[in-house]
Ligand binder design. Structure first.
Ligand code: PMV
Length: 324
C-alpha cells in the first residue's frame, strides 16, 4: 500500500479569487493556469495496517504539529473517499524553494492526492483526482494536468462539477514564465484569508465576478490561436482586477510593495521597446513575467539589473502528475 507521485506547481493567468464554499473549496469563478516544469513536489505515501496515526516528513524532517494536523485532516478525506481507516507514513520533498516565489501548496496537494489514492490501489481518472486535490488547496486541482489548464468552477453544491480540465499540452506552446523575487520580506495575508475578506467585504467584488467569464473566454481563444499578445493583455489585466478587489475590502489591504511597482513598470517599458512581456501577481509582492522564449534572455537581463530584484527563476510549461 505504497506509492510515489510527482506534481508540478502552476501559475494562474486567470485567477481563482474567492470561494463559494470554504469547506469544499468551491470557487466563485473559473480560472486558468500553466503548469510549470522546474518546480515540483514528490510525495511517497505508505498506508500501514495497525499504525495509530499519520506521520509526515517534509524534506527529510519530521514536520511540526500544525503540518501534521493539516495532513491528517486531508488524509481523513481520502480515507472517507476510499472507505478505509489505515494511517500513513508520508515523505514529501519540495523542489519549490521559497526563493523561487511559488507556493508549494498546489504541487503539494496534487502529489499527496495522487500518491494516496494510488497507494490504496484505487483507479481514478483525472477528474476525480482533480476534485480530491482541490480539497487540499484550490489551485492544486489544476496541477493534476500539464500545460494549459482550466478549473471549471461548476454550479453544484456538492462540488461534483468543480474540477480542472486540460486545454493544451505543454509541448504545444512554449512560453517563458519568469519568477521575479523581491528584496522585501512579505507581510503575509494568506490567499485563504485574503479571498475570504474580499468576498465578504469588497465593494469591487461584484465587478471582479462580472469580468472573469469574458477574460477566460478571451484567454482560451488566445491559447487556441497561439496569440501571445492577446493572452498577455488579458492575463495582465485580470491580475490587476484581482488586486483591485483587495483595495475595496474592509479593512483594505494590498499585496504589492514598492518593488512590485518597479517590476511592473520595467515590464511596461519592455513593451514600449517592442518586447512582448506581461506580468501577473499572486497573493504576495513578487511578480511573474510571461514572455516568448525568443525574448527570455533580454527580459531576464533587464529585470535582474533592478536593485529591488533579489532572484529570478525561469520556467516553461511542464507536465501533469506522474507516478514514480
Ligand atoms: O489555492 P490557493 O489557496 O493557493 O489560492 C491561490 C490564489 C491565487 O494564487 C492568488 C490565484 C490562483 O488562481 O492560483
Amino acid at each position: 500500500m505504497k506509492a510515489t507521485a510527482k506534481a508540478h506547481t502552476n501559475i494562474a493567468l486567470i485567477k481563482y479569487w474567492g470561494k463559494r464554499n470554504e469547506q469544499l473549496f468551491l470557487p466563485t469563478n473559473s480560472s486558468l493556469s500553466i503548469t510549470l516544469d522546474r518546480f515540483y513536489t514528490t510525495t511517497t505515501v505508505e498506508f500501514v495496517e495497525g499504525e495509530q496515526k499519520d506521520v509526515f516528513y517534509l524534506n527529510g524532517e519530521l514536520a511540526n504539529e500544525n503540518e501534521q494536523m493539516k495532513i491528517t485532516n486531508y488524509l481523513n478525506l481520502i480515507r472517507d473517499f476510499a472507505r478505509v481507516n489505515y494511517h500513513a507514513i508520508i515523505h514529501s520533498n519540495n523542489e519549490v524553494p521559497t526563493s523561487a516565489g511559488f507556493a508549494s501548496s498546489a504541487s503539494g496537494y496534487a502529489a499527496l492526492a495522487a500518491a494516496s489514492v494510488k497507494a490504496l490501489g484505487i483507479e481514478t481518472d483525472g477528474k476525480t483526482l482533480s476534485q480530491l486535490a482541490r480539497r487540499g488547496s484550490g489551485s492544486a486541482c489544476r496541477s493534476i494536468y500539464g500545460g494549459f489548464v482550466e478549473w471549471q468552477m461548476g454550479e453544484k453544491e456538492d462540488g461534483s462539477d468543480s474540477y480542472a480540465v486540460p486545454i493544451l499540452n505543454e509541448k504545444d506552446w512554449d512560453l517563458s514564465i519568469i519568477s521575479v523575487m523581491l528584496e522585501t520580506k512579505p507581510k503575509k495575508i494568506l490567499s485563504r484569508e485574503g479571498m475570504k475578506r474580499t468576498v465578504e467585504t469588497s465593494v469591487f467584488y461584484d465587478g471582479w465576478l462580472r469580468t472573469v467569464p469574458n477574460d477566460l473566454a478571451m484567454a482560451k481563444e488566445a491559447i487556441a490561436k497561439r496569440d501571445f499578445e492577446q493572452l498577455g493583455t488579458i492575463l495582465e489585466s485580470n491580475a490587476l482586477k484581482m488586486h483591485a478587489t483587495t483595495l475595496g475590502a474592509n479593512p483594505p489591504f494590498l499585496y504589492w510593495h514598492s518593488g512590485t511597482l518597479v517590476v511592473m513598470e520595467a515590464v511596461q517599458e519592455l513593451r514600449e521597446e517592442g518586447i512582448l512581456a506581461f506580468f501577473t501577481i499572486d497573493a504576495g509582492p513578487n511578480v511573474k513575467v510571461i514572455t516568448l522564449p525568443q525574448d527570455e534572455k533580454k527580459v531576464v537581463s533587464r529585470l535582474s539589473q533592478l536593485p529591488e530584484v533579489q532572484h529570478v527563476s525561469i520556467c516553461h510549461p511542464g507536465p501533469g502528475v506522474t507516478y514514480l
